[in-house]
Design a protein around this ligand. Structure first.
Ligand code: GDD
Ligand code: MN
Length: 377
């Protein structure tokens, strides 16, 4: 470790004082940023008893190594290294639950969030003026100047949707910078989604207006080093969160995506059938079977890319997964037809029997796929 970055020796009186603030920092490939963030936290928080928990999803750049070195020198620093898992919200939730202070902040590792706001945020919670303090870019005094116009547009649009559909009242529910009372968080935790990026939106939507919230402005800075992990897939996560919250968590994002992919599969099936049967004069049975195989394959690829993008299969595991997926779907088809027949036998309503069969099929495929194909390692 760079000599200049070596932290000061431990002050035992400080470590012994009851921690007031836990700061949770999710990291993925942030090795260039974590030491600077740590130094800035130390400078800003001064005498306040604090701790920081870095939650690293086994970064290829070995961010966790750098955090470990820090934690060896300063017990206020901890590293939670997660293996075989990805996801910003899940990382934040785990980090919060693994920390101890009565107040918890979540902030990014790349110094885009203004750590000098932390003392003010903490004071608002300690004084009982708020249960949640949000670092906001979209109120007077705040800004997101580092955004390019495209990203600004997307962010504003998403904020608008969230406010309308989930009746979220705060100005910046997409912020990743906030501080919350631990007891209130722990109440909500079982109902939060570990998927996606929008943990604050999830918290606010799940609390349904029951969290006394104060927003304070901050300037969303530019990233110190490395690059953003937000990609266009984030939009999908966002949609899923909105839908899940609107249906009172009746449907999970994964299931929705799985069902969505399934309906795309139906099109693929029919298209293949059409092309093979009408264009290439393949006999119907063979053309239909071909359609099924092509649809299962494209479903598998789509599910691997979207539905299970946090546990994507690669290489040999991909091939093994595909074969298992064929198997799961074949049994699913039997279940589908079986249910449809039995319902039709009792009540000859074609659409009811058909829909029940299809639903049975997708539920079966979903349950079995997450058990066997994309099972958690
Ligand atoms: N553990 C873990 N796992 N950390 C992650 C993951 C993950 O899968 N993905 C991203 N992170 C960490 C990054 O290392 C960084 O510290 C922080 O989460 C934010 O990620 P960025 O990639 O820097 O996101 P951003 O700057 O584009 O987006 C920020 O602004 C958005 C508002 O526009 C984040 O704060 C978002 O939460 C926020 O919604
Ligand atoms: Mn960032």
């Amino acid at each position: 470790m760079n000599e200049a970055l070596r932290p000061a020796p431990l002050d035992s009186t400080q470590a012994a004082a009851a921690r007031q603030l836990s700061i949770v920092v999710p990291t993925f490939n942030e090795r260039e940023n974590v030491v600077t963030l740590y130094e800035r936290l130390k400078a800003t928080l001064g005498e306040t008893p604090w701790e920081v928990v870095f939650v690293d999803d086994n970064s290829p750049d070995e961010t966790w190594q750098v955090v470990r070195e820090l934690s060896q020198r300063d017990p206020r620093v901890r590293c939670l290294r997660r293996i075989g898992r990805r996801g910003l919200s899940g990382a934040c939730i785990e980090g919060i639950l693994a920390s101890g202070a009565p107040f918890v902040a979540v902030m990014d590792a790349d110094l885009q969030h203004d750590e000098t706001r932390l003392p003010q945020m903490l004071a608002l919670l300690q004084d009982g003026e708020a249960e949640l303090v949000v670092g906001s870019r979209y109120i007077d005094g705040g800004s997101a100047d580092s955004f390019n116009s495209q990203r600004r547009g997307v962010s504003e649009f998403a904020t608008l949707i969230a406010k309308r559909l989930l009746r979220v009242e705060i100005a910046d529910p997409m912020s990743g910078f906030f501080m919350i009372r631990r007891d209130r968080f722990e109440e909500l935790a079982p109902n939060l989604s570990v998927h996606g990026f929008k943990i604050l939106l999830d918290i606010v939507a799940t609390a349904r207006g029951s969290l006394r919230t104060v927003e304070i402005p901050f300037t969303f800075g530019t990233r110190l080093a490395g690059e953003s992990k937000l990609d266009s897939m984030v939009a999908l996560d966002f949609l899923g969160l909105i839908l899940a919250k609107m249906t009172g968590d009746a449907v999970s994002l994964r299931f929705l995506l799985f069902a969505l992919v399934g309906s795309i599969g139906l099109f693929v099936h029919l298209l293949t059938l059409d092309v093979a049967f009408n264009l290439f004069a393949v006999p119907f049975t063979e053309a239909h079977a071909l359609g099924a195989v092509v649809a299962m394959t494209s479903n598998f690829i789509l599910n691997n890319a979207l539905t299970y993008r946090d546990q994507r299969l690669k290489g040999l595991a991909l091939l093994r997964g595909l074969l298992l997926f064929y198997l799961v779907c074949s049994v699913g088809l039997l279940a589908n037809v079986g249910v449809a027949f039995s319902i039709y036998g009792q009540q000859p309503i074609w659409w009811l029997a058909g829909a029940a069969g299809a639903l049975m099929g997708v539920v079966w495929n979903y349950a079995m796929s997450s058990l066997f194909v994309w099972r958690r390692r």
